[in-house]
Design a protein around this ligand. Structure first.
Ligand code: NAP
Length: 231
């Protein structure tokens, strides 16, 4: 896909990793519709096209694609990260995490494919899809599910729409976390390098332009996924 002149929707595209993806797309000549929930000021500062939706509401997911208008690219970046072990994984909390991290990307992809038969989707996963991390049980399952969704939709939507994914390692501490001790908490990184939000954006842009790739996952994690639970 030639990016210049295309139109993209980036969910959670106003801050952090989403912002880096928005800016990389804009630098490549893409008009970006920046979706936000709370970060309105940041979204409006980045783009003339800023749309608000609460992805924990199925109705908002449907409205979001309608409000975004015609798009060629969908980036499912918005996410909820809760540190719930099994004891805290009540049905309500699991449903909330699944809705934002898995059901919303599914519904947005379904609506996107309804609107067009040409384009590309990139889903944001997590290197934990190659580990079994019980410290964030609902999040881990939701991202493993999103990897499966990536493969299923890649097959279902070929040849017109490609669906790929980027799986980051430790990039930024969770929102609101001071970041003290982040490097220690992040654990072993074989390459001894922490990727940046810009590195995630580079991988996303590569996948958007790689007309021969679908159903692929690029790990941008300094090699952490190779260690599984040994991080
Ligand atoms: N940060 C890392 O080190 C890391 C590591 C592995 C994987 N990842 C993955 O990479 C992606 C980006 O990571 P990140 O850390 O930049 O994400 P993040 O800050 O945790 O979340 C990105 C945005 O998602 C939006 N969001 C959350 N709940 C929402 C809801 N109910 N409705 C609508 N929007 C909602 C928020 O937008 P508003 O600000 O507008 O409310 C938030 O700013 C995520 O998919 C994450 O799982 C990140």
């Amino acid at each position: 896909m030639i990016l210049e002149g295309k139109r993209a929707l980036v969910t959670g595209g106003a801050v952090r990793i989403g912002k880096a993806i928005t800016q990389a797309l804009q630098a490549a000549g893409v008009e970006v519709v920046v979706h936000y929930r709370h970060s309105r000021g940041e979204a409006e500062a980045l783009s003339d096209y800023a749309v608000c939706a609460d992805l924990s509401s199925p109705d908002d997911c449907a409205d979001l694609i309608r409000m975004a208008g015609s798009i060629d690219i969908l980036i499912n970046n918005a996410s909820l990260f809760t540190k719930d072990r099994l004891a805290g994984s009540t049905p309500e909390r699991v449903r909330r995490e699944f809705q934002v991290n898995l059901f919303a990307p599914l519904e947005l992809t379904r609506r996107f494919a309804d609107q067009t038969n040409r384009g590309a989707v990139v889903n944001l996963l997590d290197r934990r899809i190659r580990a079994n991390d019980p410290s964030c049980l609902p999040y881990a399952i939701s991202k493993k599910g999103l990897e499966e969704l990536t493969k299923l939709t890649a097959l279902e939507l070929a040849p017109g729409i490609r669906v790929n994914a980027v799986a980051p390692g430790p990039i930024l501490p969770p929102p609101g976390d001071s970041g003290d001790g982040f490097a220690e908490m992040a654990g072993k990184v074989p390459l001894n390098l922490f990727p940046t939000p810009e590195n995630i954006a580079e991988a996303a842009l590569f996948l958007l332009q790689a007309d021969y790739c679908t159903g692929q996952v690029i790990f941008v994690d300094g090699g952490q996924h190779l260690l599984g639970n040994g991080v």
